[in-house]
Write a protein that binds this ligand. Sequence first.
Ligand code: MIC
Ligand code: SF4
Length: 643
Amino acid sequence: MNLIQKIIKSHLSSGSLQAGNDIAIRIDQTLTQDATGTLSYLQFEAIGADRVKVDLAVSYIDHNMMQGDFRNADDHIYLQDVAAKYGIHFSRPGNGICHQVHLERFAIPGLTLLGTDSHTPTCGGMGTLSLGAGGLDVAIAMAGSPYYFKMPKVRGICLQGKLSHGVSAKDIIMKLLGDLSVKGGIGWAFEYYGPGVATLDVPQRATITNMGAELGATTSIFPSDEQTLAYLVQQDRESDFQELSADPNPSYDDVLTLNLSELEPLIARPDSPDNVCPITEVSGTPVNQVAIGSCTNSSFGDLMTVASALRGKTIHPNVNLVVSPGSKQVLQLIAANGALADMIAAGARILESACGPCAGMGQIPSSGAVSVRSFNRNFPGRSGGLDNHVYLASPIACAAAALTGYVSDPRNLNIPADPKNPKRFNVNTNGIIPPPKDGQGVQIRRGPNIQPVPIKDPMAQRIEGEVLIKLGDDISTDHILPAGPTILPLRSNVPAIREYLFKYVDADFMNRIKKKQGGIIVGGHNYGQGSSREHAALCPMSLGVTAVIAKSFSRIHFGNLINYGILPLTLRSENDYNAMQQGDILELDNIIELLESGSHSFPVQNQTSETTIITTLEISSREREILLAGGLLTYVGENSRNG
Ligand code: MIC
Ligand code: SF4
């Protein structure tokens, strides 16, 4: 068996390991972050469990940190109270980005982790089987239910050679993104092996597994070896070490070989993480902003490399350089060893340890600006401005751009040899508040921005609705429901946040959906890629969207649509896609029989063109029951009442 299969097998609670099968696994750890966490905990409360049932649950505050008014702070208080009441560790604001902190403090090789964030697979860098999911899935996992998903095919990525000077772990994953595209990982898990693995430390591995999310992969993983032990020793957690790898001669559904020695620095151009080219192709492009940080590239090692590139120099006058360290630990370490002072002296603006500009929370670039970021996503509008040109590159390539004022090949920088990585860090865990033994007496405070989660009626027998919008390929959840400083503070308030649906894609969408009181959405391939935010399903549902018909879906969003009782129907051909136009009236009938009988074919009548197409729905019997119930929360409630 390969490593993915081994960990899944050891946690399997239903199904078999054959790729494509519906399986369920036991979850050891959960993580939430504040932007998706409030909904997740509201749903956890609705389920009625008295305590979390997983071995470890952690609630992080990292996204909504601007506190432009009372709302973010109210959310933080709600999350802290919930954590204390139900037995959840609370990572306070300022302690860092969930994935970075989880890697430092909690990830354990061979365990399973489920998180309300698409980049949860970051901890695959530690050999943890980690999956991103919707908040409701995580809520029911915290209440003790297994997590249901499709057994992925496993692609072995054989790493050979060693990265050369100026080439980074980020270039490895960008090479895969350029070759395979943002759809290339759908239905796959990525498992790294081979002699090149030993040359990468855990934070470098985590950069790679983190951006597996951009490939659409179910998860990504590295074995647990001497590098893993070294990292755990640094973190004062050597007792969590367990050596872990695939069996000898494992079988993979596909194998790709990458020679690290042959890699060159790469960059993703606007507006997609797979729009990758060698950095030399766009060298000389003037740069206005450089942003270093995010859960992809904000580790101690990343920032030490940046600091040594900046030491004794001054950034280019046309560039704004902002740096957000991934965690309080990283910030404290670089403050103590002088690297922070080097960055400040060179002209960097230091932000707090949080997601910051990665989720469009501040540092929105100037009109028409070019921004080079060490982040993982550059979907349109994500930076907070629609006319920005956002490039993604390694931290050292970012430093090169900050110093020269242009996109520049970092191999031309005279970077000193890798700074020494201390054997042990001075570990300070006081940013994490463990829960009290008994949370019964804790009163949960809820600010006025925290509103109940809407619930859908059971599935209707017949649906009739207008095509409200017809979209192309690769529509991300950032397109469906953007982030940024105006919208993100509304994550706990569905009636308020839904006003921003498709805001940057079609400004008239909200008028139409309200006038028609709902309808149907038509999409292309990879509909709902990117963020796990369940608001992208919940908000349309609450406004009467009954079905999304697309060429294909991203895994997490597909699950979220089902969790909120929306039919996710797949088109069978390009012709069928072409046959539907915005404004057409569609009708589906006998839905209950079709769902109950396990039918895979769902006929859709187009009343406007007087044609019928057949769409498909390949889901498990449990998912059929969830749809019939009107969503996962109702389904769970019904099941617990029926014993
Ligand atoms: C993102 O990177 O898009 C986010 C913001 O972290 C999201 C979660 C969210 O929308 O709250 C993600 O990746 O899942
Ligand atoms: Fe935060 Fe950005 Fe990572 Fe999402 S991708 S968790 S916004 S740092």
